[in-house]
Design a protein around this ligand. Structure first.
Ligand code: COA
Length: 378
């Protein structure tokens, strides 16, 4: 059923990060690196790692349930579920289909979206279009990643960067003022192989050669990615603000993709936008790809950094190279987050497939898990 075109508001938000933590000191014991190098070059101090019973779908479902509760909705109120991810549980079915069952929704359409670290921002833009057209009333957009399972734990150039998490938002139709103001999305294929996961697709199907060649892990040209990221983030952010009919001075808080503190600082400098009005939590989570912006949003709201009427700017970049930015005016009561306080991993179950159980946890990190799970001495 279609309704007249309408305004689109962000009405629900939520994040989830697994409880297992991998610190820079832990990495020092795994690869030739040190805390000072990692902090100076990236700003990252620790990242979270999914436990063996956690997957992208399970983390996405927790964040999704939190966002639905924050919005004051029931799971069945959701018309469409979009999961942005580069680490789906399986190539098919979609992770979104598994999430739909896990959150107890019986009526939504569900699909995944492949835009790497820009996945949430692209998902937001997609959800916006469905709601603005009148096709759907409430869309759940999730960014979720289990990057620990596609990270080469012997490669110091990438192992220090990534972490696991999920974040979610509900976009809803509303005729109130505010909500989404401006959107910009770009894709620059000249950087397509800067960040790349070569093995397992139709061009390089999984086999002994792709395993031996470590092709099922993330490969990255760090310096090239860095330069392109700063440039693209700035132009995309500026375009979204202009599309919103605003100037940068009128933006209260920028929530950027949390890839690297120096990239975020470079963005702030290139825009002439003060770091005091940029939200940063890369120190605690590393780069969680599609999860990073919605997880940062949930933390920014919890930290009292977002008030009713504030103008926010989300901006992300990722493999593709994709980039996207959303300018919006916040219209919700931050205290609604309390509605999600009791929701946790015990509230979701991912239906198992018909193959036998397997342990997906990275062998190189088993020692951290054993340490974490060892009974406290005393
Ligand atoms: N610990 C210690 N030394 C390291 C290291 C580590 N973890 N990783 C690399 N090095 C070394 C390199 O081998 C190199 O040594 P050399 O000069 O003897 O050859 C030196 O440090 C400098 O390496 P370089 O790659 O030039 O460093 P950099 O300043 O570019 O920082 C990154 C590397 C990866 C932190 C940086 O390029 C980056 O963040 N890029 C963007 C990555 C990103 O955001 N990807 C995701 C996008 S969504």
């Amino acid at each position: 059923m279609s309704r007249p075109a309408t305004g689109v508001h962000l009405t629900g938000w939520g994040g989830y990060a697994p409880s297992l933590v991998l610190t820079n000191a832990d990495l020092e014991r795994m690869v030739e690196t040190n805390d000072e190098w990692i902090v100076t070059r990236t700003g990252i101090r620790e990242r979270h790692i999914a436990r063996p019973d956690e997957t992208t779908a399970s983390m996405a479902a927790v964040a999704g349930l939190r966002a639905i509760a924050t919005a004051g909705l029931q799971p069945d109120d959701i018309d469409l579920i979009i999961v942005g991810t580069l680490t789906p549980d399986y190539p098919m079915p979609s992770t979104a289909a598994l999430v739909k069952e896990a959150i107890g929704n019986r009526r939504a359409a569900a699909m995944d979206l492949a835009a790497a670290c820009s996945g949430f921002v692209y998902g937001y833009a997609t959800a916006h279009a469905y709601v603005a057209s009148g096709m759907y009333r409430h869309v759940l957009v999730i960014g979720a990643e289990t990057l620990s399972r596609v990270t080469d734990w012997t490669d110091r150039g990438t192992a220090i960067l990534f972490g696991d998490a999920a974040g979610a938002a509900v976009l809803s139709a509303s005729d109130e003022p505010g909500g989404t103001l401006g959107i910009e999305l770009t894709t620059e294929p000249s950087g397509a192989y800067y960040i790349w996961l070569p093995g397992g697709g139709a061009a390089r199907p999984a086999g002994a050669a792709t395993v031996d060649g470590r092709e099922h892990f993330i490969h990255m040209k760090g310096t090239e990615t860095f330069k392109m990221a700063v440039r693209t983030l700035g132009s995309t952010a500026t375009a979204a603000v202009r599309a919103a009919g605003l100037t940068l001075d009128e933006v209260d808080l920028v929530i950027p993709h949390q890839a690297n503190y120096r990239i975020i600082e470079g963005l702030s400098k290139s825009l002439g936008f003060p770091m005091e009005r940029v939200f940063v939590n890369v120190d605690c989570y590393g780069n969680t790809s599609a999860a990073s912006v919605p997880l940062a949003l949930a933390e920014a709201v919890a930290a009292g950094r977002v008030m009713r009427g504030d103008r926010l700017l989300f901006v992300a970049f990722g493999a593709g190279l994709t980039s996207g930015a959303i300018a919006l005016q916040w219209t919700e009561d931050p205290a609604n987050a309390a509605r999600a306080a009791a929701i946790g991993p015990a509230d979701v179950t991912i239906a198992p497939g018909y193959l036998g159980p397997t342990n997906p946890f990275p062998t190189a990190l088993e020692w951290i898990r054993e340490r974490d799970e060892a009974p406290a001495k005393g």
